[in-house]
Design a protein. Sequence first.
Length: 276
Amino acid sequence: MSSILTNNSAMVALQTLQSVNSNLAKTQDMISTGKAVATAKDNSAIFAISKVMESDVSGFKAVSDALSLGESTVAVASAGAEQITNLLNEIKEKVVAATGENVDHAKIQNDVDELVNQVTSIIGASQFNGANLLNAAGNAGITVLSSLDRDATGTVTASNITVASVDFETNLDLSNIDVSTSAAADTSLAAIEVHIQTAVDGAAALGASAKRISDQNEFVSKVTDAMKSGIGALVDADLEEASARLQALQVQQQLATQSLSIANQAPQAILSLFRN
């Protein structure tokens, strides 16, 4: 039965064209944004997961900055401790030389005093952004944000690395180094050995902390990269597939448009029934 009021063929062709246009628009959005899941309506579950992961990536960027700051602070203190160790070895040479009788003790004492002043200067200068792990003011040490940990329930907690101060200002009192006489130099020899050991222990402790912070910073960088890759796998579009799909949909759109045009012309055939 033919009807000029109801054109079933046109309705089917129109639905097909609308479906093709919808898929074409979605494919064009994927190509323009580079994402298969750009908004929550595309895939609400994947969108939610990706946004949580993106927030974690942002948090890890802040963690990396904190680790870099802490690493620099400890590196400055470690460099200062190593230099102080070298200066103490120079002082030891002077002390050993002063144990002899036929030496100018006054000049050696002047040299020792200058080296001690240099040690004091390094202790005061070994600071980064106001934090100094070699003097008494920094005795509390520093706490470095090292990670953000999310458990299965979604609860996030912060982890920290604590770096203790070696406080050379208090623990490295060089006032007992006296080379004014041979006897005083003999006594000072044992004292300088203690000071050298203190400096070596402090430098080793700072070096170990610096290594830990450096390793953690490298780990955080790798975790951040892995999370970015994971987010990309969830939401990024396969552009090769999208490109091929775009071409196919464009052909389908042309065919659907032609089909609708043909369907709309069908009622005109009814006119031939009324011709003489």
